[in-house]
Design a protein around this ligand. Structure first.
Ligand code: NAP
Length: 272
């Protein structure tokens, strides 16, 4: 039996175990997916320990996505994003670090693609410059979009934009105008999560030519997505991003095409 898992703190409410185990069951793979909660400064030790124990793959979540960088051989996109959320332990040659990936970026790209949204040559606005914002900005630029990053703390957006090819960055002051002229919008802030009636982009700026991905997945239907749908926009909820980051990790680990429908059904059953 193969063992996969997640390190983070806290991880007790993680949706990854049922999502991945539904995938193993659908393909008849003999594997389990378990969660681990290392101490705050123990991420690298946890990765080394997992390798020693024969763990086949690890997901990494808050607060360890940057901490594990020194313990892995980061793939180019993960290296540029500066965060790893998926570690593949095999096959690792003696003395080598396991391979580290960032599948949050793939989650953004594949969530749009699944909804028929083309990104190449489109104008995209990413609101937020934290972990999800970094992944989204690099993903969209990688897919050929022209990216503007808008963030409450403008300096963080400017710093991020300097690292993302062709991107611009700034505060929230001109967000309305930016969104009015955009084809693609990603909310990568936590606005709308703890206060469901809050929204990062006022309804007046939303329009029917937009495709909107909200990284927030609890609640699944945020106010932003409700108002975007009312404006005629294509909407992509945060569970799709969560699903496809998991699907990408599943495929890296197993080398097989993931059973997307089974994993999606398990995820959405948990989110209900
Ligand atoms: P993070 O690194 O802590 O970044 C938080 C971001 O939200 C920052 O840009 C912050 O701006 C902004 N923000 C927070 N409160 C705000 C407010 N009241 N008004 C305006 N901006 C505000 O968090 P993260 O890991 O990027 O996660 C962000 C969200 O994405 C969370 O809801 C998380 O659950 C979700 N997420 C979803 C997925 C998925 O697969 N669907 C994956 C990762 C994250 P400042 O820089 O100004 O503080």
């Amino acid at each position: 039996m193969d063992v996969y898992g997640l390190i983070g703190n806290p991880v007790e409410h993680s949706l990854s175990p049922p999502m991945h185990e539904a995938g193993y069951e659908a393909l008849g793979i003999d594997a389990r997916y378990v969660t681990f909660e290392p101490e705050a400064d123990a991420a690298a030790a946890a990765v080394a320990g997992a390798a020693d124990l024969g763990v086949a793959g690890l997901n990494v979540t808050v607060p360890f996505k940057r901490d594990v960088l020194d313990a892995v051989d980061a793939a180019p996109l993960a290296d540029r994003i500066g965060a790893v959320n998926t570690i593949d332990f095999g096959p690792v040659r003696a003395g080598d670090h396991p391979r580290g990936h960032n599948t949050d970026a793939a989650g953004v790209k594949r969530a749009f693609s699944h909804h028929g949204v083309a990104l190449e040559g489109r104008d995209a606005v990413v609101v937020g410059a934290g972990g999800a914002g970094r992944a989204a900005a690099f993903a969209l630029a990688d897919a050929g979009a022209a990216v503007h990053v808008a963030n409450r703390t403008a300096e963080r957006a400017v710093d991020l934009a300097e690292a993302v090819p062709g991107a611009t960055g700034g505060g929230l002051g001109d967000l309305g105008d930016r969104v009015a002229g955009a084809d693609v919008l990603v909310n990568a802030t936590s606005v709308g999560m703890d206060e469901p009636e809050a929204t990062p982009v006022p309804a007046a700026h939303l329009h029917g030519d937009l495709a909107v991905l909200d990284a927030v997945y609890a609640p699944i239907e945020t106010r932003l997505l409700r108002e975007a749908a009312d404006a005629g926009a294509t909407t992509v909820d945060g569970a799709w991003m969560l699903l496809f980051q998991g699907v990408e990790a599943f495929e890296i680990w197993t080398g097989r095409e993931a059973p997307v429908d089974a994993m999606n059904a398990a995820l959405r059953a948990e989110l209900k």
